[in-house]
Design a protein around this ligand. Structure first.
Ligand code: AAL
Length: 383
């Protein structure tokens, strides 16, 4: 029996390994895995490289200001528009300091916006959505915005934190709506999406690592909300962190989920298939060939991969990338079919970078297909 399976796999190997005409009588575990997962047969359609360039104008790096987590870039009239987390780059103290100390680089933040004629040189227009008054659900920080234009209206989703910002403080998602890009933005009365009530902390201490019972993957923090209108419904994609979050073979346990609604304001109902990823960090998701593609970065066994799904739920790995940018704010055309002509279907956009823990700034990324280069080429003398 074992012999039969071995011969069958060896036969498969002969058929599957790209163009190899050599029959192999033995198959290593790595070769078997490559065949099972289609490493050599999926092709290079999704394999891309990135070039990141600093922005010019008001969004050029400024050591005194944190600008990070850009929204999608949209074009209205003659201008590109983008929204992002904005705050002063003061000292980051972490949990356990004085109540007004900055806990994270993105703490004590607001959402600002900027416009550009060419996508490189930006003019900062100022505050778009600020923190709420003391006692409201968003009185501590509003950050990591994402925009959706739908039927002439603008919908902004973003993370909200209510003071005090402690280690166990849950993070939720807020929404504001505007009829015009310059606002005014009307906030909804309460968050549109929150962590589940599963899991239990242990003791009354300010420490998220001490827990009595693990909760759902999204029972502690909901981050990086991204709103899409897809297949006639509103899809809120997000990153979840759970009570009892652990490490796995890919490092920190980070997973993505999706919640679906008939109306942009919700109610948003979690997909029964959640989590829809086992890796990733900030959400980067875009329409491609009738389905949705996503870039998973930073965390998990499948980090730095592009994945594609026919339905926005069931994603499979299509390419592994070397150094993708993080926190992509993808240019969203009004005509998503335009993506089908681009490498991996991924348009240009903005991303963020770190200069130290609290020196965050925005960059522009371009996408291209990798080219096989001969390292000695430059040194060869021309005849
Ligand atoms: C990010 C995002 C979310 C997190 C923090 C700010 O890049 O994953 O927004 O809360 O870091």
């Amino acid at each position: 029996m074992t012999l039969v399976i071995t011969f069958a796999l060896a036969g498969l190997c002969l058929l599957s390994l790209s163009g190899s005409a050599i029959a192999q009588s033995k198959l290593s575990e790595a070769s078997r895995r490559a065949i099972e997962r289609g490493y050599d047969t999926i092709g290079t359609e999704f394999l891309v490289t990135f070039k990141e360039t600093p922005l010019k104008g008001d969004l050029a790096y400024d050591p005194k200001i944190i600008r990070r987590d850009p929204s999608a870039v949209i074009r209205v009239g003659d201008l590109y528009h983008v929204w992002y987390t904005y705050c002063e780059a003061t000292e980051v103290v972490g949990y356990g300091g004085e109540p007004e100390d900055k806990v994270y680089p993105w703490d004590l933040s607001d959402i600002w916006y900027a416009t550009s004629k060419d996508g490189w040189t930006w003019k900062e227009e100022g505050l778009a959505i600020g923190r709420g008054p003391a006692g409201s659900y968003d009185d501590r920080a509003v950050f990591t915005p994402e925009i959706l234009k739908h039927e002439g209206r603008y919908y902004m989703v973003y993370q909200v934190v209510k003071a005090p910002y402690l280690s166990r403080t849950k993070n939720e998602v807020g929404m504001a709506i505007a009829d015009s890009l310059a606002g005014p933005w009307r906030k909804l009365d309460k968050p549109i999406f929150s962590p589940t009530d599963t899991g239990k902390w242990k003791g009354e201490i300010n420490d998220r690592t001490i827990f009595a019972e693990r909760g759902d993957f999204d029972s502690y923090k909901i981050h990086d909300p991204t709103l899409l209108y897809y297949n006639g419904e509103f899809r809120l994609y997000y990153k979840g962190q759970g009570i009892g979050q652990a490490f796995n073979m890919g490092g920190r346990e980070i997973k993505h989920g999706v919640a679906i609604a008939e109306k942009p304001e919700g109610p948003y109902i979690r997909s029964p298939y959640n989590p829809i990823s086992n890796s990733g960090h900030e959400i980067a998701i875009w329409p491609y060939r009738g389905g949705l593609a996503s870039l998973l970065t930073s965390d998990g066994p499948e980090r730095n991969t592009i994945q594609w799904s026919p339905d926005g739920i069931n994603f499979s790995i299509k390419a592994r990338l070397k150094h993708p940018p993080v926190a992509l704010g993808i240019y969203r055309s009004e005509n998503p079919e335009e993506n089908d002509t681009l490498p991996a279907g991924l348009p240009w956009g903005l991303a963020h970078k770190y200069k130290g823990w609290s020196g965050n700034y925005l960059t522009r990324y371009e996408v291209s297909r990798p080219v096989m280069r001969d390292p000695g080429f430059k040194n060869r003398k021309k005849k």
